[in-house]
Design a protein around this ligand. Structure first.
Ligand SMILES: CC(C)(COP(=O)(O)OP(=O)(O)OC[C@H]1O[C@@H](n2cnc3c(N)ncnc32)[C@H](O)[C@@H]1OP(=O)(O)O)[C@@H](O)C(=O)NCCC(=O)NCCS
Length: 162
């Protein structure tokens, strides 16, 4: 995809991306998701505990996952992914690449992948930080019973093909 902010390329993530991608995830959560963790040390370290290169490689090795990276200016600008039966489970932007259309391009890509696989809707758990971004893309909060609600974040859904 080419726009005024440069060329965004989305491709499948590989093991060689693990160090850069894990660093991006950690920076995105630490620097951008302050409305969610409130700089609370315990909450933040729990959230970051699986954002390591080893975990990233583990996600790639799991056949239920399909993980992508978006490249802009020669760097990994975002990481996104889907998990069979769960929907979109990963969508983080590098703090220095924010507001350049990268997450919109990644969401277009992930939603198209799910549509191709025959999905009628897309589920995700949004941060407070990203909630308005998803609402603008047509996602609405799901009205789940308390025992089915995610421990953190907001369960959202969008119907495809409408
Ligand atoms: C919210 C977020 C996901 C958006 O990612 P992004 O790559 O910056 O998004 P884009 O550039 O594709 O689009 C951003 C939107 O912000 C708008 N925007 C552009 N510049 C802006 C600015 N300076 N300030 C506020 N909004 C701006 C864009 O117009 C666009 O709105 P639209 O969707 O109505 O067109 C990202 O900024 C973020 O905060 N990520 C933190 C990690 C996170 O919470 N991930 C979600 C996990 S579920």
């Amino acid at each position: 995809m080419s726009g005024p902010n440069g060329q965004i390329t989305i491709r499948r993530a590989t093991d060689a991306d693990a160090v850069e991608a894990a660093s991006l995830l950690r920076r995105s959560i630490t620097e951008l998701c302050v409305p969610d963790h409130g700089n609370d040390t315990a909450r933040l370290s729990h959230w970051l505990s699986n954002k390591t290169p080893e975990h990233f490689r583990g996600w790639l090795a799991d056949p239920l996952n399909t993980i992508f990276v978006a490249i802009l200016d020669g760097r990994i600008a975002s990481a996104g992914g889907i998990r069979e039966g769960e929907g979109i489970v990963l969508n983080y932007i590098h703090p220095e690449m924010r507001f350049r259309g990268v997450s919109s391009a990644m969401m277009d890509h992930l939603e198209a992948e799910l549509a191709r696989s025959g999905a009628s809707h897309v589920d995700l758990v949004s941060t407070i930080t990203a909630r308005r971004f998803y609402e603008r893309r047509g996602y609405t909060e799901r009205n789940l019973p308390p025992e089915q609600r995610p421990p953190y974040g907001i369960a959202m859904r969008k119907r495809l093909g409408l």
